[in-house]
Design a protein around this ligand. Structure first.
Ligand SMILES: [Zn+2]
Length: 444
């Protein structure tokens, strides 16, 4: 950690754009060039402790440069660097009609003390903020990556599994994150107190993780068009349960469920109906990209035990739809038979493990968020698979209290596949599973 302390204090989230540009730089070398072209001017200013020479580009709107210089001057003054002579040199990148300007503060020995950055529109000379350039869901991505890095580093221990940790690292808080860039890595810093510690939280993020979030020739952040799931860390030693959602995707409900789950780094398994996947391909993609599991609940919800049901079609159609949505990048690995109904024939023919449940919330019957909450919290055990329906608004509403309550009770919220993997259970086609307790065989 201390190694990076010199690199902290990047001005604002504006610096994040540097990450984007750096990625593009690696991917499309022609797109970004240092546009310095020897057009360098310098200005000097003295702070109480240090004299600084600031180099800045000549071809850039002076108002923009002046406002940045002014900010740097007041910030350096407030920082009381012991060094006598500071050099502030710039890096300049242009892409499309946007200019990215980055000032590095270096002391006499060449040590980098700070980086400041800003963005402006080349034609209108308008100063831009990161928020002007990216979609909100980008912060969800950052939040997941940040949490994964902190958890896997172990630096926070138990404190990384609390509602406090999740509330202080949610998407909204990612707007305050600072960055330092080095080679192929971005170091993300968040100044926050968790469990009473004053530690500055630092997470490393490989820049290549960001690449799919930036379309070619498109500076503005878009949700990835194809599959690029966020990372999710699961500690196999800690208690965990799998929330499962049947009968969707239903646009508003499913998207709200994603938002409520993401708030607390919770991942769920969505047993989808094929005909609803066809209507909401973008929702399916978002479920995947936010780290949740897409599984099958058949194409149109028949009894698989009925003679008239075309089993082959009900098994295979959802995968065809998913392949179309993701250009072949995602696979269905689990099946939940409608009505939980299966027989010997289904067991013999199913290409997927049959996923049942150990905690039935009866949410479809009560249609009441509080009743759903109560049925979960009164019965939950480590290793449970919990049955919910994102078809019903009340079921999704219940997540507002269920998710933090489960976290407070010590549970990690994981997908069915994550649960089985953590418990060392290798699922087999046609075998039914309803839970994954520690050190027990979950097959029935
Ligand atoms: Zn169903």
């Amino acid at each position: 950690m201390s190694k990076y302390k010199f690199f902290i204090a990047l001005v604002s989230v504006v610096t994040l754009l540097a990450v984007a540009l750096y990625v593009k730089d690696q991917m499309i070398p022609d797109l970004l060039k240092d546009s310095r072209n020897e057009q360098v001017h310098s200005l000097r200013f003295d702070t109480q402790e240090a004299k600084a020479v600031v180099f800045y580009p000549k071809n850039v709107e002076t108002e923009f440069v002046n406002s940045m210089a002014q900010y740097i001057r007041s910030d350096l003054k407030a920082s009381h660097f012991s060094s006598e002579n500071l050099k502030v040199d710039f890096r300049q990148f242009e892409t499309g009609d946007t200019l990215f300007l980055c000032f590095d503060v270096v002391d006499e020995s060449g040590k980098l003390l700070r980086t400041y950055s800003g963005i402006c529109h080349l034609e209108t000379h308008e100063v831009l903020q990161l928020d002007d350039l990216v979609q909100d869901s980008f912060y969800d991505f950052l939040s997941s990556e940040f949490r994964t890095a902190i958890k896997s580093s172990g630096i926070l221990g138990d404190a990384a599994y609390t509602t406090e940790f999740y509330e202080k690292t949610n998407a909204e808080k990612m707007r305050e994150v600072s960055f330092y860039l080095e080679d192929d890595t971005a170091y993300l810093y968040l100044e926050t107190k968790i469990a009473g510690s004053d530690e500055l939280l630092c997470a490393e993020l490989k820049l290549s993780r960001l690449a799919p979030y930036f379309e070619e020739d498109e500076l503005f952040y878009q949700a990835p068009r194809l599959v690029n799931p966020v990372s999710h860390y699961v500690d196999p030693e800690r208690p965990m349960v799998a929330l499962t959602f049947d009968d969707g995707p239903v646009r508003n409900n499913t998207l709200l469920a994603l938002q409520l789950l993401n708030e607390y780094d919770a991942k769920g398994t969505f047993f989808m109906l094929g005909f609803r996947m066809e209507r909401n391909p973008d929702v399916v993609l978002e479920v995947l990209n936010e780290g949740h599991e897409v599984a099958s609940h058949t194409y149109n919800h028949p009894y698989l035990t009925k003679k008239s049901t075309n089993l082959t079609y009900q098994y295979s159609r959802n995968q065809e739809i998913l392949s179309e949505i993701t250009e072949g990048q995602a696979e269905i690995r689990l099946l939940r038979p409608p009505y939980g109904s299966f027989d010997k024939k289904v067991k013999e023919t199913s290409p997927y493990p049959l996923i049942m449940w150990s905690l039935d919330t009866l949410d479809w019957k009560t249609l009441d968020a509080q009743a759903t909450h109560d049925s979960i919290m009164a019965n939950v055990q480590d290793g449970d698979i919990i049955l919910l329906h994102d078809l019903h608004e009340s079921s999704v509403e219940s997540l507002k209290t269920v998710v933090p309550a489960l976290i407070d009770a010590g549970y990690q919220l994981v997908t069915v596949s994550e649960l089985m993997e953590a418990r060392g259970i290798e699922m087999k086609s046609g075998v039914s599973y309803s839970k994954a307790r520690k050190q027990t065989d979950a097959s029935e």
